[in-house]
Design a protein around this ligand. Structure first.
Ligand code: PXP
Length: 237
């Protein structure tokens, strides 16, 4: 059974809507820890649209779980990561206008910046993972870069209609995971996984870790909204 990394970015998204202090990603990290998560994931984006620099320290203090910092191979963010020393850094592509991480890293063009980031983070004692599309080519290129771990982008698997197309994407994931293990890589997966599509990915024998954020925050609202309204109705009477 893979471990679950809980991504708390979208708790911060909600907080940033009012630029206040609630809801707190550090509180969410503590809740995730209490609920059995194996690690906490957050993405310090260059545009700081959700997680802020100060969140990194408060999340660090709030939990004893390993921190997996998602980040672009940008020199400023690499500097911050080397100072913070999360247990893991997952390098992801970042486009300013995207709503979320739309695809895996482009390892054909990642070039110098990517290999520099891998080297600097590794030298700081941080385990480096690359967020890649689930393709044989991406796995081989990741192994060539010398990283110990990859995370496969499950966006396409999650997006296609359930049925034959989804099963095809799942088979592709399985084959790519197998190749990753053969290449000596630890293999994780994430993006778009929810309460309806996670099980088959979790059942892939060699899968080490799943990283999930958005669907958990949505579910938290769905299961808690009625209670929250009831409490306010009582106060408003
Ligand atoms: N893994 C990586 C590398 C990601 O960039 C994201 C999205 O921030 C996730 C996992 C989680 O995706 P979701 O929020 O769709 O569960």
């Amino acid at each position: 059974m893979p471990k679950l990394g809980v991504n708390v970015d979208h708790v911060a998204t909600l907080r940033q809507a009012r630029r206040g202090s609630l809801p707190s990603p550090a509180w969410a990290a503590r809740e995730a820890q209490a609920a059995g998560a194996s690690s906490i994931v957050c993405h310090l984006r260059e545009d700081r649209r959700h997680i802020q620099d100060s969140d990194l320290a408060t999340i660090r203090l709030a939990v004893r779980l390993p921190l997996n910092l998602e980040m672009a191979a940008h020199p400023e963010i690499v500097r911050i990561a080397c100072r913070l020393k999360p247990e893991q850094a997952t390098l992801v592509p970042e486009r300013r206008r995207e709503l979320t991480t739309e695809g895996g890293l482009n390892l054909r063009q990642g070039g110098r910046r990517l290999s520099d980031a891998v080297r600097r983070l590794s030298d700081a004692g941080i385990r480096v993972s690359l967020f890649i599309d689930p393709s044989f080519d991406s796995v081989r290129r990741s192994a060539d870069l010398g990283v110990p771990m990859v995370e496969l982008h499950t966006g396409r698997y999650a997006e296609v209609a359930a049925g034959a197309a989804r099963r095809r994407e799942l088979e592709k994931l399985k084959e790519v995971v197998r190749l990753g293990r053969k290449e000596g890589l630890i293999v994780a997966a994430g993006h778009g996984l929810d309460y309806t599509n996670t099980r088959p990915v979790a059942a892939i024998p060699e899968m080490e870790e799943l990283n999930i954020g958005f669907s958990i925050v949505v579910r938290a609202i769905e299961v808690g909204f009625r209670r929250a309204v009831k409490e306010m109705v009582r106060l408003a009477r």
